[in-house]
Design a protein around this ligand. Structure first.
Ligand SMILES: [Cu+2]
Length: 168
């Protein structure tokens, strides 16, 4: 009896950290790779799940949250990532987590600007003179517990470094 209780106690103690580890979701990675864009956009994450921005571009970028309703930029979601010389040089990253479900907008202030639309809503626009694929360097994060949305992320969001994506 005594032996059983002790074994059960040890098993329960050991099981706790393992269960906690399994419950913590892997980060969602968003890559920058030379086209002055965020490669994966939009992405969905759970509240508390890490979003890791990975710069595989030679140039630096910023990652700044903003409110579409007020146009105000965030003080807590305000990152910058230096460029890289290539795969051998490593990558700079910026990690952010969100507590509450909702829609989060962000942009790169180097390659995009914020502008108020006639209706009052603030949107990111291409910074004049910046090269890219036409879309402003900006993105959206959906913070949600919706399993369907969470399963819909591009496959590349599962990998920290995309070997073929260095450039810029
Ligand atoms: Cu940028």
């Amino acid at each position: 009896m005594h032996h059983f209780t002790r074994t059960a106690l040890i098993a329960a103690t050991l099981a706790l950290p393992l269960a906690a580890q399994a419950a913590a979701p892997k980060p969602v990675y968003i890559h920058m790779n030379g086209a002055n864009m965020f490669l994966e956009n939009p992405v969905a994450v759970r509240p508390g799940q890490a979003v890791v921005f990975v710069n595989e571009d030679t140039g630096g970028h910023t990652i700044i949250g903003y409110s579409a309703a007020t146009g105000k930029t965030s003080t807590s979601f305000d990152g910058a990532v230096a460029g890289t010389k290539g795969a051998a040089d490593g990558v700079h990253t910026y990690t952010v987590r969100f507590k509450h479900q909702g829609i989060v907008h962000y942009y790169c202030s180097v390659h995009a600007i914020l502008a108020q639309e006639p209706g009052g809503r603030t949107v990111a626009k291409v910074r004049p003179g910046v090269d890219g694929f036409g879309d402003p360097m900006a993105g959206t994060i959906i913070v949600t517990n919706d399993a369907k949305l969470l399963a819909d992320n591009p496959k590349t969001t599962a990998e920290k470094v995309l070997p073929g994506y260095f450039g810029g």
